[in-house]
Design a protein around this ligand. Structure first.
Ligand SMILES: Cc1cc2nc3c(=O)[nH]c(=O)nc-3n(C[C@H](O)[C@H](O)[C@H](O)COP(=O)(O)OP(=O)(O)OC[C@H]3O[C@@H](n4cnc5c(N)ncnc54)[C@H](O)[C@@H]3O)c2cc1C
Length: 409
């Protein structure tokens, strides 16, 4: 059988059910990545991290006799083009949560049905498979703590799977147009190897995981938090692999509140992904899904540009925006503050802030970004109004001003 593996946010060989099925079932096959609407919106740092990650994934594929084909356009256009050169019987892909990505999937399913092609999709984006949830997604608890309590009562996290030993090869004379570039000077490098190196460092070398709960709000040190998000969101590392690594660590060194807290945060990730599947397009709307009072905004472009550039009246906000603009990274504490400032002090539409983050963040994830913004805007599922006192936040989280000095624009 000839197959096509449409790779999306799972740029990995390990713990990848889709690549295993593709390699096991097909004698010949093509692996393709295509630009998405969101990847076209990426600014410089995010684009470079994506390119770097694709280049590293291509290197990994070469070790199993495969190569990565980079589509010029969307997936349907590419499949139609490939079908003229090579007959394909089955298409493999992972299903994603966000609405644009879901729409892309729906188009491909329709295309397969029309052209009598087989297809198979794999649910491997989250820690907990949707079929292992103790409720239907449509009936998921509205607020996070109810969601977490329910899933923790019957937590099923399937173990990661190893790469199959079966191999297949691309069709002979298939023309690959490669535009793969590495960017070694980035603050994070792409690739599965780099992700495992980070995991090894955070768990085994620094053992910073043991103090994660106390340090996770820090803004300056590399080990304040796991810094796994860039790899997690492009799927160079699966959430399941992190948790099974955590179980091993706990068996060896003991569990504590900090080791549990990493699971807690990854449950936040799952919550926002299922939330996105449930509410679809609504997570992008300014009024969101809030039942009750809505916050009004003022569409002031000058104020928004000042916020984007880090030229507001608040030094703490400016430092965070400057770090984001220069590196594509901002700590969780920083993200919460700049979001709160934009919504509650500048009274700008939160959707503008979320769209700017989409361009800039190297760890951009649609469900996590828009979900967190919606939540902080007060139009999501936050049961409390979360308005940060920026000066107080700076005193608590950057008491000596070291962060603000380092990142002063
Ligand atoms: C306005 C705003 C926008 C955000 N946008 C994104 C985004 O685009 N991509 C993204 O990965 N995270 C986003 N986050 C969540 C969080 O800031 C990052 O996940 C975290 O800072 C990444 O660093 P880390 O891997 O060191 O996190 P750690 O603290 O080490 O946490 C480990 C993992 O848990 C998950 N996690 C942690 N905090 C959250 C959270 N608040 N919501 C959901 N999952 C969480 C992430 O997968 C993270 O990698 C956003 C938060 C806010 C407030």
């Amino acid at each position: 059988m000839n197959g096509l593996y449409w790779i999306r946010n799972e740029l990995r060989l390990e713990d990848n059910l889709a690549i295993n099925a593709f390699l096991n079932e097909c004698q010949r096959g093509i692996i393709i990545w295509c630009p998405t609407k969101s990847s076209k919106r990426a600014g410089s740092s995010r684009r470079k991290f994506l390119e770097d990650s694709l280049a590293h994934f291509n290197e990994s594929l070469k070790t199993i006799g495969q190569e990565l084909y980079i589509g010029e356009s969307d997936i349907q256009y590419e499949i139609e083009k490939i079908l003229h050169l090579f007959s394909i019987h089955k298409i493999y892909f992972s299903s994603l949560s966000a609405i644009e990505e879901k729409n892309d999937e729906a188009k491909i399913i329709k295309f397969c049905q029309k052209h009598d092609l087989q297809y198979e999709s794999f649910d491997q984006e989250t820690l907990i498979k949707s079929s292992n949830l103790p409720f239907e997604i449509s009936a998921m608890p509205f607020i996070f703590s109810d969601f977490r309590k329910k899933v923790e009562q019957s937590l099923i996290i399937e173990p990661p799977v190893a790469l199959t030993s079966k191999r297949n090869t691309p069709p002979p004379n298939f023309h690959y147009h490669q535009t793969l570039t590495t960017h070694p000077s980035l603050i994070f490098n792409g690739g599965e190897k780099a992700s495992h190196k980070r995991l090894q460092h955070y768990f085994e070398e620094s053992k910073a995981i043991l103090t994660y709960k106390e340090t996770r709000n820090g803004m300056l040190s590399a080990d304040d938090s796991s810094k796994l998000s860039p790899w997690l969101n492009l799927g160079m590392l699966s959430a399941r692999s992190i948790i099974y690594r955590l179980y091993d660590f706990e068996a060896k060194h003991g569990a504590n509140e900090s080791t549990y807290w990493l699971l807690f945060e990854l449950l936040w990730r799952d919550y926002l992904k299922f939330f996105s599947r449930k509410y679809g397009n609504k997570i992008f709307l300014e009024d969101g899904i809030k039942r009750g009072k809505h916050y009004d905004s003022i569409k002031d472009l000058d104020k928004f540009n000042q916020w984007c550039k880090g030229a507001t009246t608040e030094v703490f906000i400016n430092a965070n925006m400057n770090e984001l603009n220069q590196t594509g990274w901002m700590s969780n504490r920083g993200r919460q503050n700049v979001a709160s400032f934009l919504v509650h002090q500048l009274h700008l539409p939160w959707t503008w802030g979320a769209a700017f983050f989409e361009e800039q963040l190297i760890d951009y994830d649609c469900d996590l970004n828009w979900g967190n913004w919606l939540y902080l805007s007060g139009n999501g599922s936050d049961p409390r109004a979360r308005i940060f006192n920026i000066k107080r936040q700076a005193e608590v989280y950057d008491k000596d001003g070291l962060y603000q000095n380092k990142w002063a624009p």
